[in-house]
Ligand binder design. Structure first.
Ligand SMILES: Cc1cc2nc3c(=O)[nH]c(=O)nc-3n(C[C@H](O)[C@H](O)[C@H](O)COP(=O)(O)OP(=O)(O)OC[C@H]3O[C@@H](n4cnc5c(N)ncnc54)[C@H](O)[C@@H]3O)c2cc1C
Ligand code: FES
Length: 340
């Protein structure tokens, strides 16, 4: 039996046919819905169900119990059992930022840290590619597989910056670091995801990054710290193993000195030299500084284990699930056909 899905914050509604997920049906109706992995892992398609009931083929991996209790669903896995009302909570401008596939040229490649490669990708002339700071793209590999990387710079020029962690077994990263020809042409799809700063709120902002999870947060900071009208307090906690992994440390210190409303706290989990700063797991440092998170808004990005632990700890400290946003840097899922 088919069901109707109504959007709480928009006039649109659409029909979900038997066997379809909410996301598949919405994209079939050409709605600009947020999504990423389409496998339940990244939570880019997380929305709040305000009325109705859904079922899943298996428990939604990316959602914590607290998020499920708060009424969140993953549209890429959820199938309606009744008619539904869902709240997208996304700015209307996102409708104009539908994902597209484009070529790009690798303009620069340099080591940002011993295991982090910086790639600058030049967009085709006149491409008019736009994104919200914090969103990511998928590099499309020759065999149809994809690899997700956050866009590390704010929009404005003709370059997209990526911070790519190079691991020995990493197929794309290893190739990009050691075998990719100069000025290689790549293809990508984007912008993707729902990790961007919500500007319809006045809450103080906590940013919690692990490793290359700093990339999307760097894009957000570059955007808002460049605007004189943005005065919400921002506190960034950046977790890394050792000092050499803090590859944007100087820039972040400089920003903290230049902007009274921006605080920066680096946190080392394996400090290998005398380190006067915070040590341990990054979310523990957040809670030492801000034990009560009622009234805050939080943005988390980085390794899946960090995001999982951080979500649970922050929600337990009083953070409202409606003001929790995250990008979990899951390893690549196998390829899937592009929808919509
Ligand atoms: C929304 C989103 C945004 C992301 N943004 C970024 C980003 O900005 N920068 C970034 O570096 N990554 C990011 N990732 C993670 C990245 O997409 C995956 O790590 C991807 O698998 C890397 O592709 P690869 O071809 O280099 O390695 P793969 O061939 O996919 O990996 C091979 C093996 O290497 C190991 N491996 C891969 N990546 C890691 C890692 N990061 N840490 C430890 N072991 C690893 C795993 O064992 C994996 O099975 C993001 C992921 C998502 C979902
Ligand atoms: S798109 Fe639904 S969890 Fe990734």
């Amino acid at each position: 039996m088919s069901h109707q899905v109504y959007l709480a914050d928009r006039p649109q509604h659409f029909t979900v046919q038997p066997g379809e997920t909410v996301l598949q049906a919405g994209l079939r109706h050409h709605l600009a819905l947020p999504f990423g992995c389409q496998s339940g892992g990244c939570a880019s398609c997380r929305v709040r169900l305000t009325q109705g009931e859904v079922e899943y083929p298996f428990p939604p991996p990316a959602l914590s119990d607290a998020e499920i209790q708060a009424g969140y669903i993953l549209m890429c896995l959820a199938r309606p059992k009744t008619d539904l009302i869902i709240a997208l909570h996304q700015p209307p401008m996102l409708d104009a930022l539908r994902p597209r596939q484009l070529p790009c040229r690798v303009q620069h490649r340099r080591w940002l840290a011993h295991d982090v490669l910086g790639l600058s990708l030049k967009l085709p002339r006149g491409a008019d590619f736009r994104w919200l700071p914090g969103q990511y793209l998928d590099i499309l590999l020759d065999d149809g597989r994809r690899r997700s990387f956050s866009i590390a710079n704010a929009p404005g020029g003709e370059l997209l910056e990526l911070h790519v962690r190079v691991t020995p077994g990493g197929r794309f990263a290893h190739w990009a670091a050691h075998e990719m020809p100069q000025r290689a042409i790549l293809r990508f799809e984007g912008p993707l995801g729902a990790f961007y700063l919500r500007e319809d709120s006045a809450r103080p902002i906590l940013m919690v990054a692990g490793g290359t999870g700093i990339a999307p947060i760097h894009a957000m900071l570059e955007d808002v710290l460049g605007r004189s009208g943005f005065t919400r307090p921002l506190h960034l906690f950046w977790g890394a193993r050792t000092q050499r992994d803090l590859y944007l440390h100087e820039r972040l210190l400089h920003w903290a000195a230049a902007h009274a409303h921006f605080d920066y706290t680096p946190v080392l989990s394996e400090a290998d030299a005398p380190w006067p700063g915070e040590k341990g797991l990054v979310h523990e440092a957040v809670l030492r500084r801000h034990p009560d998170l009622h009234g805050f808004e939080a943005y988390l990005s980085g390794p899946p284990a960090m995001v999982r632990a951080g979500k649970s700890a922050l929600l337990a400290a009083g953070l409202d699930a409606d003001h929790l946003f995250y990008d979990s840097f899951d390893y690549a899922f196998e390829t899937w056909p592009t929808l919509g």
